[in-house]
Design a protein around this ligand. Structure first.
Ligand code: PGA
Length: 255
């Protein structure tokens, strides 16, 4: 079965950039990003910069995503942002990032509610999964990742499943400069992530869903990840805050 999965390069800006700074950064990236075809390009600035960035990229093929959301559509939930609010600007939303799991105590069950609310509001969820260093060293990566996917995708209709993107981000590789080896990431996707999707949905979904690698991806190492047939792009943190580095990563996906 041969499938074509369009590569996706997503920049996760995390808690960085005011809307003025965001505008500047995107203006700097635009000429380079616009000229690259055949790769889906996605920027995920903080909430307060979504409107500014959406204006700048309006007539381009660059997509916009948020980094988190709440699952309720509206109501008395002070401080939260709903999928309906995001859908005005965004096509994507990152869900279950390890920083949210660790620093804000997000559970698999809450992540499941967010995934389902995103889909119900026409947003494409980028579901982040990945094991900690301790779990990795104990040989538990496969079990952890498989459980995270099963719990996050409970109750998702098979008709919606190919709108999901999975980002495999080993927690120990995020922001540390230590990546997983490209072949280890490839193997985990092939042996754990796609079979889990296959058992939850079917073989077609298992092959169609895009799986990104994330964790210390930069302009120097990105190409080695994209050479792996199971890796369909990257979720980039630190390097996405530098216009030249981010463009170089997107170019590496094109090569
Ligand atoms: P990093 O972050 O590229 O800075 O390691 C990746 C992520 O957290 O998505």
């Amino acid at each position: 079965m041969s499938v074509v999965r369009v590569p996706l390069i997503a920049g996760n800006w995390k808690l960085n950039k005011t809307s003025t700074e965001a505008y500047k950064l995107v203006a700097e990236m635009l000429p380079g990003l616009r000229s690259i075809k055949g790769i889906e390009k996605l920027l995920c600035p903080p909430f307060t910069a979504l409107m500014a960035v959406s204006r700048l990229i309006k007539d381009t093929d660059i997509h916009l995503g948020a980094q988190n959301m709440y699952w309720e559509e509206k109501g008395a939930y002070t401080g939260e942002i709903s999928p309906v609010m995001l859908a005005e600007y965004c096509q994507y939303v990152i869900i279950g990032h390890s920083e949210r799991r660790v620093y804000f105590g997000e559970t698999d069950q809450q992540i499941n509610q967010k995934v389902r609310a995103a889909i119900a509001n026409q947003l494409k969820p980028i579901l982040c999964v990945g094991e900690t260093l301790e779990e990795n060293e104990a040989g538990r990566a496969a079990g952890v990742v498989s459980r995270q996917i099963r719990e996050a995708l409970q109750g998702v209709d098979i008709m919606d499943a190919d709108r999901i993107v999975i980002a495999y981000e080993p927690v120990w590789a995020i922001g540390t400069g230590h990546t997983a080896t490209p072949s280890a990431a490839h193997t985990l996707i092939q042996n754990v992530i796609r079979p889990t999707l296959g058992s939850l949905f079917d073989q077609r979904i298992a092959q169609n869903v895009r799986v990104l690698y994330g964790g210390s991806v930069d302009a120097g190492n990105a190409g080695k990840f994209f050479q792996q047939s199971e890796i369909d792009g990257a979720l980039v943190g630190g390097a996405s805050l530098n216009a030249h580095a981010f463009i170089a990563i997107v170019e590496a996906a094109q090569a």
